[in-house]
Design a protein around this ligand. Structure first.
Ligand SMILES: Cc1cc2nc3c(=O)[nH]c(=O)nc-3n(C[C@H](O)[C@H](O)[C@H](O)COP(=O)(O)OP(=O)(O)OC[C@H]3O[C@@H](n4cnc5c(N)ncnc54)[C@H](O)[C@@H]3O)c2cc1C
Length: 395
């Protein structure tokens, strides 16, 4: 009997974990199944590009894993039973259940409305392909002079607002941010950001809390009305409720709490990676939701699973730390803010066209490594035990 590894989600974290497991473990001993709602690996970091009318490359998962032994199952996960080690699925018509010996949970996240009234009904978001396509359709219908308000001045909000303003200079584009514009960046980076917003004609509402969204715009916490034909909500991400409905130990955010090897602290046969997991980074600070952390988390989980299954003891450590924050500001400008291991801005900075190219290389590199999981040197080890109980008992 083969050891069944089931990977839920084929975004950055799940796709990397599945490819790496296939390179590490012998196909005679294991069966790897990836379950994903979409038939493609979706480059989520480019959703602002998709929303503004750009066409993105398709990375069909069946082609990504061709010849690797990884089976792709297109289905939506509806529930996980970590006590029976089963996953409930639906393909939209029929329900099914699959069993696992080791689970890698990587279902990512979606937009978080933080309980603000009207967001679900009236706002658009770019947290995934379906919602980005919905915004794309809406933007395409907008006449010149219409107002688009992006709510949220974090990395996603900055990328969204600049991309929209650059693609549609005929629109009146605004940003509402809770703090000062880019206030976690260095002063030089903040100056650059202000210059870009001025150049693209973006109105910036700083120190602005949005308390309600409706069809005609938003109302702020201090009672101001900011009119908008389209409100784009980029005020953070929240995880899917599936993990919280299990007996897994989850944080208040619903993320699965994992140890340094990305193994659930409550269920040793479950690993969690990417946005869906809560793992400590440098200095004990939780890693933030990003592919900058999701990819090394996936390396870590895959290596830990492979080593535990093959009976070896020394688990290599993936670099669970940050190097830079790469921010696109439209297609021709950008900011690369170098950071400390725990994500604090350092003096070093790249800006302008060079930063835009750097960011493009980072995004393309991440997608390339997922779309080509096999050419790397393969060293597939035989596993010692094929029974889940043996793995669960391994420290
Ligand atoms: C516009 C935008 C720009 C960003 N830019 C950056 C950036 O520059 N740098 C950076 O580090 N991060 C960036 N991020 C964040 C980054 O995209 C996420 O942190 C990253 O995608 C998380 O990876 P993941 O694998 O955990 O989840 P995801 O990439 O979200 O993948 C989750 C996968 O699970 C699938 N799935 C979800 N639910 C189900 C279900 N019930 N059943 C089956 N399948 C399911 C999804 O279809 C998806 O394939 C950006 C995000 C956005 C939206």
């Amino acid at each position: 009997m083969k050891h069944r590894i089931v990977v839920l989600g084929a975004g950055y974290a799940g796709a990397v974990a599945a490819g790496r497991l296939a390179r590490r473990l012998h196909p005679d001993d294991i069966e790897i199944t990836v379950v994903n709602a979409d038939t493609d690996f979706v480059e989520r970091v480019r959703m602002h590009q998709l929303a503004t009318g750009q066409d993105l490359k398709h990375h069909e998962l069946s082609k990504v894993y061709a010849g690797s032994g990884v089976r792709v199952r297109q289905a939506r996960v509806t529930a996980v039973d970590v006590d029976r080690r089963t996953v409930a699925l639906t393909d939209g018509r029929d329900a099914d259940e699959i069993a696992y010996d080791t689970l890698v949970y990587a279902l990512g996240s979606a937009a978080a409305d933080h309980g603000v009234p009207g967001v679900a009904e009236h706002a658009y978001d770019i947290s995934g392909r379906p919602s980005a396509l919905r915004l794309r359709d809406r933007l395409a219908q907008l006449p010149a002079g219409a107002t688009v308000l992006v709510v949220g001045g974090g990395l996603t909000g900055l990328e969204a607002v600049t991309e929209i303003a650059e693609a549609r200079p005929d629109l009146d584009v605004a940003l509402a941010t809770r703090g000062a514009l880019g206030d976690w960046l260095t002063a030089q980076a903040q100056r650059h950001l202000r210059g870009v917003c001025a150049r693209l004609g973006i109105t910036v509402h700083e120190h602005t809390d949005v308390a309600r969204v409706d069809a005609t715009g938003v109302v702020t916490g201090d009672g101001r009305v900011l009119p908008a034909q389209v409100t784009v909500w980029t005020a953070g991400f929240a995880v899917h409720p599936i993990a919280a409905a299990t007996t897994l130990t989850v944080a208040g955010t619903g993320q699965i709490v994992v140890d340094a090897t990305m193994r659930s602290v409550s269920h040793p046969d479950v690993y969690a990676v990417g946005d869906a997991a809560l793992a400590d980074g440098p200095g004990g600070k939780p890693l933030r939701m990003s592919c900058a952390s999701g990819i090394p988390m996936a390396w870590q989980a895959a290596d830990a699973i492979a080593i535990r299954l093959t009976g070896r003891t020394k688990i290599p450590k993936a670099p669970l730390r940050y190097y830079n924050q790469c921010i696109s500001l439209g297609r021709r400008d950008g900011l690369i803010q170098y950071v400390t291991a725990d994500d604090q801005a350092k003096r070093a900075l790249l800006k302008g066209a060079l930063a835009a190219r750097y960011k493009e290389v980072v995004c393309a590199g991440a997608a390339w490594s997922i779309a080509h999981p096999i050419p790397y040197p393969v060293r597939r080890h035989r596993i010692l035990a094929t029974r889940a109980e043996s793995l669960a008992a391994t420290p």
